[in-house]
Design a protein around this ligand. Structure first.
Ligand code: ADP
Ligand code: NI
Length: 220
């Protein structure tokens, strides 16, 4: 198999595994992560092929789509063994996917440049306009409300501290995770892309609270 055939086979595998998902892990998420990972890899001088395959397969192993994390990882490993003879590349791709699935919000640091590019691309897809849409879809799928003023302090200075709030609304997720991701970026190009999306989310929240509170000074 040449590289193009190999990428096409990985695309087919990811599409067939992810096509059923409705919680933000659909094929288009994977496709965006693959494109962004390759873009960052090009800017950072990383191996684009390893980034592309790792990005295409990164959510196939997700525990939400498998009986366990281990079962998901085994499925990806078996697929790689069947499609590629390069043991070193298989080991590297597995390392990237394992670190991404076990670190979640950012526990285990990503040790290779390629892994850093793919992780940045995955985090970028949680930010900006698309990140907001995914958060709303995910929250709806879990039965969480968009917003509840009693669960998020109205006080602007508290909101700006990005404190951890344990209560589950879509708006809380911005403070729990999304607004923290910019400072967790691994690569300088990833950080640059994150800044624009971060600023857009701040603007979105400002407008959201403005609309929510419009007319709340009751005249009667
Ligand atoms: P990924 O595997 O792509 O990093 P996750 O599985 O963590 O993403 O989440 C999928 C999408 O749902 C992301 O956009 C994420 O921000 C959003 N999400 C995750 N947890 C929550 C939550 N508790 N409330 C709202 N949205 C969430
Ligand atoms: Ni992902």
């Amino acid at each position: 198999m040449d590289n193009q055939q190999w990428i096409a086979a990985a695309e087919d595998f990811a599409k067939s595994e992810l096509s059923r998902d409705t919680t933000g892990h659909d094929w288009f998420h994977t496709d965006r992560v693959r494109n962004t990972a390759a873009l960052i890899a090009g800017m950072e001088g990383a191996d684009v092929l390893t980034c592309t395959i790792a990005a295409l397969l990164h959510d196939v192993a997700d525990e939400k789509l498998n009986t366990s994390k281990e079962a998901g990882l085994l499925k990806v490993h078996n697929w790689l063994e069947q499609h590629l003879a390069d043991e070193e590349r298989i080991r590297h791709i597995m390392l990237i996917i394992e670190t991404m699935s076990f670190s979640g919000g950012g526990g285990t640091p990503m040790s290779t440049l390629e892994g850093q590019c793919v992780q940045d691309a995955d985090r970028l897809d949680a930010l900006g306009a698309i990140g907001i849409a995914r958060t709303m879809v995910f929250s709806g799928a879990k039965g969480r409300p968009v917003y509840d003023p009693d669960l998020t302090p109205r006080d602007e200075s508290l909101q700006k501290e990005y404190r951890d709030y344990s209560k589950g609304t879509a708006v809380n997720h911005f403070y729990e995770k999304l607004l923290k991701l910019k400072d967790l970026m691994n690569t300088s190009y990833g950080r640059k892309l994150a800044e624009e999306r971060h600023d857009f989310m701040l603007l979105y929240l400002e407008q959201f609270y403005k609309e929510w509170n419009q007319g709340s000074q009751k005249l009667l």
